[in-house]
Design a binder for this molecule. Structure first.
Ligand code: URA
Length: 266
């Protein structure tokens, strides 16, 4: 008897079902899944028609994703800052991404001698897709101006490049979780390698946790150390200065320390 079935349409239907996640063909007859097989599974697999084996292989569950390994691979493959931004945009393992309006990648001059690494975007940064544009960011700009530096300066010596550990805003501005920081570390390291600054400034506790593996900014600030393979100066976060204006004195001392180092005097 000739079949009325169009084989191309049948194949397309089958492909579509596999794409939807179907892992089994339902037959006309009911299957008793409690019945023990006559042949052991290994032997049964060997006798399966090749086409069935191919379908089974194509629908086998994907191995569990390893977010860290994927972050390392994606970051390592990025050869430019644009490619790194793309890699971050395509990274799906950080839940913060789903709640954020924008990816906040960086601002300033990639040729700058100084790279500032903050914590995470807040509301304004999330809206604009640029780091440090809210109140804390405006204070940061004024602090930098005080030592003749800015994110818009064309000269590498006066310019800064600014990014954050986290490129997505955490809900209610909560601190990023250790596993969220860990996922971003390969991207931050690659970011530093691509910008290749002479000096890294870590702003605030989260940034110190990510870059140095420890917190305690009031003890760490102003002390030269190393992170991401570069000379590093931890500084208090401008948001902290907004809440504790008395700490501006120490922040000023740290800015002078940075300036002296850039002038070759520290
Ligand atoms: N605080 C940060 O650490 N980064 C920003 O971009 C804004 C506020």
């Amino acid at each position: 008897m000739e079949s009325t079935f169009d084989p191309h349409a049948a194949k397309a239907l089958l492909d579509w079902q596999i794409e939807l996640g179907a892992t089994e063909a339902i037959g006309d007859l009911p299957v008793n899944r409690y019945e023990l097989p006559d042949t052991p599974p290994a032997a049964a697999a060997a006798t399966k028609p090749r086409a069935a084996q191919a379908v089974a292989a194509s629908v086998a569950p994907a191995p569990a994703a390893d977010p860290l390994a994927e972050a390392r691979a994606a970051a390592g493959a990025a050869g430019t800052l644009d490619a790194l931004r793309e890699a971050l945009a395509g990274y799906e393992h950080c839940d913060l991404k789903r709640g954020a309006r924008n990816l906040v990648f960086a601002d300033g001059q990639p040729s700058a001698r100084v790279m500032i690494i903050g914590e995470a975007p807040g509301r304004d940064e999330d809206l604009q897709g640029r780091p440090f544009v809210g109140r804390a960011g405006q204070l940061l700009d004024r602090m930098l101006e005080a030592i003749d530096m800015s994110r818009t300066a064309p000269e590498a010596g006066q310019a800064v490049y600014i990014t954050n550990v986290m490129p997505w805003r955490p809900p209610q501005n909560r601190d990023p979780k250790p596993e969220e920081i860990a996922m971003m570390l390969p991207f931050v390291q690659r970011h530093v390698d691509l910008v290749d600054p002479e000096i890294v400034v870590l702003m605030g506790n989260i940034s110190c946790q990510a870059g140095l593996g420890r917190q305690g900014i009031t003890r760490l600030r102003g002390q030269w150390t190393e992170s991401y393979g570069r000379p590093t100066l931890p500084m208090v976060h401008p948001a902290y200065l907004l809440r504790n204006p008395n700490a501006k004195r120490e922040a000023w001392a740290d800015l002078l320390e940075l300036q002296a180092r850039l002038r070759g005097g520290a």
